[in-house]
Design a protein around this ligand. Structure first.
Ligand code: GTQ
Ligand code: FE2
Length: 363
C-alpha cells in the first residue's frame, strides 16, 4: 500500500529538520543561490565627494592624535551594500589618511598589503623596511605584505593620501597577522633606494635579483607616469578605458602586488568610452579633472578628489565632456582573479555600446 501525500510531506519535513540539526544542507534546496548564472554581488556602486573627505580628514587631524594602539589617522570608505563590513568592495579597503607636520605614524607590519597614492602635500615619507620613500602628489608607494612601515611628515603642511589594502580579502581568508615594531619609528637605512635603482621605466639593474614576491620598486613617481599618459597624445587608445596603464613590477612585468593591481587612466577631453564589465572590483580616485561614469545605468558625476566604486560584473563607461583631461587612479583585485583562473570580461553590445542612463547618483 502506497503512502498518502501528507505522510510523504511529513517525512520530508522531518528529513529537512534532521539535516538542519545535523549541520547538513541538501544542495537541491539552495542550488540557485550557490550557483547563480553570474555573480550576484552585494557590492554597490557608490561615490564619496572630496570636500567631505578632506574636511573630515582635517577634522580628525584636529581631534585625534596618532598613537600606538590607534596606529593611524585613517577614514575608511564603507560600501553601503556590505552590511557594515569594513570594506570599500568585498576585497578592497580604501581610505584617506592624514599625517600632520612633525608627526610619525608608528611603525608596524601586517599580512595585508598596501598602496598609497598621494593626494595632497609633499616632504612626507613612508619608511618601508628602512627605505625612506619621499612622497609628493601623484606618487604611488607600495607597502608589500609583512613589510615594516611608518609614515612621517617633514613639511609645514599636512599630508593626505589614499590608502588601498587587501584587508577584507586577507580577513576573509583568516590570514591577518599584525605586529608593532619595538620602537616608534624604523631606522632609516637609505633614502629613495628602490627608486634610485628602478626608476628607468624600461631599464632594470642587472645586479639586482628578485627576492620572492617582494617588489623591487616601492615608489612610482608622478612625473614619468604623467609623461607616459601624455605621450599618447591624439593617438588611439582603448575604446573602453581610453588611455589606461597598469603599474608594473619591473622584475616580473606583472602587477605591483599579488592581490592589488594599480592603474592610471586618462579620459581625454571629448571622449565617451564604450561600456564593458569585468569580474573584478575597483576603487577609483579622481586625481585630476571632472567627468562622469555610468555604472549599471546610474550616472555618477565626479570631480577632482572624489572616490567611487565599480562593483564586480557591473557595466561601466566613462565620459569627459569638458576641455581639461580627466585622470583616474584605481586599485583593482584583478591579480587575484587572474591567478585563480577566474578573470572574465564582457563587452556591452547593445545600443552602440552605451547603457541607457536610468538615474543619477545623488548620495
Ligand atoms: O598606513 O599602515 O588605511 O595599517 C589601514 C591599515 C593604513 C597604514 C590603513 C594600515 C594603514
Ligand atoms: Fe599599516
Amino acid at each position: 500500500m502506497s503512502k498518502s501525500a501528507p505522510d510523504t510531506e511529513r517525512e520530508l519535513n522531518d528529513f529537512y529538520r534532521e539535516a538542519d540539526q545535523r549541520h547538513l544542507i541538501p544542495l537541491w534546496k539552495v542550488t540557485a543561490r550557490l550557483l547563480p548564472a553570474e555573480p550576484q554581488t552585494k557590492v554597490l556602486p557608490y561615490l564619496w565627494k572630496w570636500p567631505d573627505l578632506r574636511r573630515m580628514a582635517n577634522r580628525a587631524g584636529d581631534l585625534v592624535p596618532i598613537e600606538r594602539g590607534g596606529e593611524r589617522r585613517v577614514l575608511g570608505l564603507i560600501n553601503p551594500g556590505l552590511g557594515g563590513k569594513y570594506a570599500a568592495t568585498h576585497t578592497l579597503w580604501a581610505a584617506v589618511q592624514i599625517v600632520k607636520p612633525g608627526e610619525i605614524a608608528p611603525c608596524h607590519r601586517h599580512t595585508a598589503a598596501a598602496i598609497r597614492f598621494i593626494i595632497e602635500g609633499d616632504r612626507s615619507y613612508t619608511n618601508v623596511n628602512g627605505d625612506k620613500c619621499m612622497m609628493s602628489r601623484g606618487d604611488l608607494v607600495l607597502t608589500p605584505n609583512w613589510s615594516w612601515h611608518d609614515h612621517g611628515c617633514e613639511s609645514d603642511q599636512p599630508m593626505i593620501w589614499m590608502d588601498g589594502l587587501d584587508l577584507p580579502l586577507v580577513g576573509d581568508l583568516d590570514a591577518v597577522f599584525f605586529e608593532p615594531y619595538p620602537t616608534h619609528a624604523h631606522p632609516v637605512a637609505q633614502i629613495n633606494d628602490s627608486e634610485r635603482k628602478f626608476s628607468g621605466p624600461h631599464l632594470k639593474p642587472t645586479w639586482e635579483k628578485p627576492e620572492g614576491r617582494y617588489p623591487p620598486l616601492l615608489n612610482y613617481k608622478w612625473e614619468p607616469t604623467y609623461q607616459a599618459l601624455k605621450k599618447i597624445g591624439e593617438g588611439a587608445a582603448s575604446p573602453f578605458d581610453d588611455v589606461c596603464f597598469q603599474y608594473l613590477n619591473p622584475h616580473t612585468g606583472g602587477p605591483v602586488l599579488p592581490t592589488i593591481g594599480c592603474y592610471i587612466q586618462m579620459i581625454r577631453p571629448g571622449i565617451y568610452t564604450r561600456a564593458h564589465r569585468q569580474v573584478n572590483s575597483a576603487v577609483y580616485h579622481v586625481f585630476e579633472g571632472r567627468g562622469y561614469s555610468v555604472i549599471n545605468g546610474t550616472r555618477f558625476d565626479w570631480e577632482r578628489g572624489d572616490f567611487f566604486v565599480v562593483p564586480p560584473w557591473a557595466w561601466h563607461e566613462h565620459a569627459n565632456e569638458g576641455k581639461e583631461e580627466a585622470i583616474l587612479f584605481s586599485i583593482q583585485d584583478t591579480p587575484v582573479m587572474e591567478v585563480l583562473g577566474l578573470y572574465r570580461e564582457q563587452v556591452y553590445e547593445e545600443n552602440g555600446g552605451h547603457q541607457k542612463v536610468t538615474g543619477k547618483f545623488e548620495g
